[in-house]
Design a protein around this ligand. Sequence first.
Ligand SMILES: Nc1ncnc2c1ncn2[C@@H]1O[C@H](COP(=O)(O)OP(=O)(O)OP(=O)(O)O)[C@@H](O)[C@H]1O
Ligand SMILES: O=C(O)[C@H](O)[C@@H](O)[C@H](O)[C@H](O)CO
Length: 172
Amino acid sequence: MTIAAIVVMGVSGSGKSTVGGCLARDLGWMFEDGDAFHPAANVAKMSAGTPLTDDDRWPWLRAIAARIDVARGTVAPVVIGCSALKRAYRDVLRDGHGDVRFLHLAGSMDLITARQAARVGHFMPASLVASQFATLEPTTGEPDIVEIGVEHDPATIAREAIATFRQRGDIA
Ligand SMILES: Nc1ncnc2c1ncn2[C@@H]1O[C@H](COP(=O)(O)OP(=O)(O)OP(=O)(O)O)[C@@H](O)[C@H]1O
Ligand SMILES: O=C(O)[C@H](O)[C@@H](O)[C@H](O)[C@H](O)CO
């Protein structure tokens, strides 16, 4: 089975863009930031400190699934950062194909809130991190998800993720 995408998932501030960039570079794959697929209204809402609803998220998730479908069609796999907080969201991205894998960047609310508060030039306020944790559904029972803690530096996390995906036979 050729993998179409590795989705780097986790709450806002968990390091999806940072780690996803390292991962894509190390694999020689393209990187896409899921934030770029949000309609402007979603970005405005988050910037104002209001969490998105399911209805806000469905079109965004479908747009990311469509990008994964392009990767599938062109056989050019992609790393995509997308919070994918609920199982139903992850199912939209899987789209029943069996060729999507997830890297879940897991960490404590304290650590991630501190990183988020220190980050500059991003629309997402640190005040939304708590709601991200409240929305995050456990990934247990989803064998296509590899979880790594965010205490390590991004390059180490990317290396560990590649070693694990290789060990599992997901990637060459
Ligand atoms: N493993 C890490 N160790 C130390 N700092 C990190 C790590 N990962 C990310 N950071 C820092 O934490 C902040 C948040 O990271 P990043 O923007 O990559 O998160 P994100 O999950 O993409 O966020 P969002 O979903 O809000 O776009 C950044 O300032 C980044 O430099
Ligand atoms: O599902 C959501 O609540 C949003 O998509 C957020 O997770 C943002 O995309 C991102 O994390 C902020 O940069």
